[in-house]
Design a protein around this ligand. Structure first.
Ligand code: DAH
Length: 344
């Protein structure tokens, strides 16, 4: 029985020491070491529990119960302190990677397409709805497609109108999208309707209405019985669609690749036809040069002019955008100035 008392005292002592040691641990590591020292495989309490088999049944009961109780209490203290430490660790972590949900988010501005792109898409949709296909041609072009095949031979004075930059290899940055006409006719067999939007280049002094680089949209309609009235109907509808209901007029004009050639004018959007600086006091603004495809152009393209007819047009696209939004200086469209562009 003495023996028993001694061992109970011993267990009490171990408990006191364990309690002290666990409570004074400064971090998780120290805590673990001290926990193992008392309850680990070779821990002091474990040793006592191990030797329990040496006692009588009655002693076993008492010592067993006591040491279990102490072991549980030690475990309880250990867990409590462990939580304390990991809470602190977690706090440290959270402080370092803190997410402040109250900070207002970054404002993402919504933008829109450039007015030229937007109107180009609008026009493409409109022509598609009338059965036109969208085709493209190269921006660097041969003089053949840019001039000769359009009935503008090298010695023809009309060639001066489209005088341009020449590359050293003899090619030209195309001066108009009309260069896509013969290219298209060579590839497609009639009937067909196409539009060819794209950039063009000219040797121009830059001012409010002239740029050395600009956008055009060419149109070409070839079929057996195409007539001037088809041209008029479709182009008047085009103006109505792109620029709204406006007074229009057709006037004769000369372009080597059409016969007859015409200019479609609209009543000046700036002065309402009264005459102003922009319409040069005529009250009219030219918007779509056009005409019936010249037989020579058909010949160049290998299409029989006896069998087929066609009409063509080539609108200065930047000009359409200018008129649509009453912009009085073309250069504004190319400056990329958001104060201007955000207004559309
Ligand atoms: N290509 C001409 C130019 O840039 C415009 C033009 C006139 C195109 C009459 C045509 C047309 O298709 O029929 O000045």
């Amino acid at each position: 029985m003495d023996n028993k008392l001694e061992i109970i005292n011993e267990i009490d002592k171990i408990f006191e020491e364990a309690q002290k040691s666990l409570n004074s641990a400064k971090d998780l590591n120290e805590l673990d070491i001290s926990f193992r020292f008392f309850t680990g495989k070779k821990g002091r309490l474990t040793e006592i529990m191990h030797n329990i088999r040496l006692y009588s049944t009655e002693e076993k009961k008492i010592v067993g119960a006591k040491s279990n109780e102490v072991k549980n209490t030690i475990e309880f203290i250990y867990n409590a302190r462990k939580n304390e430490f990991s809470g602190a660790e977690q706090k440290k972590f959270l402080n370092r990677y803190r997410v402040d949900l109250t900070i207002p988010g970054n404002y993402i501005e919504r933008h829109h397409k450039h007015p030229i792109t937007a109107v180009l898409e609008e026009a493409s949709d409109f022509f598609s709805s009338m059965g036109f296909e969208i085709v493209e041609g190269p921006e660097i072009e041969t003089t053949y497609y840019n001039f000769d095949a359009l009935n503008i031979p090298a010695d023809h004075p009309a060639r001066d109108v489209w005088d341009t930059f020449y590359l050293l290899n003899g090619l030209v940055p195309r001066t108009h999208t009309s260069s896509v006409q013969v290219r298209t006719m060579e590839k497609k067999s009639p009937p067909f309707r196409v539009i060819a939007p794209g950039r063009c280049y000219r040797y121009e002094a830059v001012d409010a209405t002239h740029l050395f680089m600009f956008n055009q949209m060419e149109g070409l309609f070839v079929d057996k019985n195409v007539r001037l009235t088809d041209l008029k109907g479709i182009l008047e509808e085009t103006v109505k669609n792109l620029l709204g209901a406006r007074k229009t007029r057709f006037r004769p004009a000369f372009y080597p690749f059409v016969e007859p050639g015409l200019d479609l004018d609209i009543e000046c959007v700036f002065c309402g036809g009264r005459g102003c600086g922009i319409c040069k006091n005529t009250g009219w603004i030219e918007v779509i040069p056009c005409g019936m495809v010249h037989p020579n152009v058909f010949k160049y393209a290998g299409i029989d002019p006896q069998e087929y007819r066609g009409f063509a047009f080539g609108m200065g696209f930047d000009r359409i955008v200018m008129l649509k939004y009453s912009i009085n200086d073309l250069r504004l469209l190319y400056h990329g100035n958001l104060d201007i562009l955000n207004q559309f």
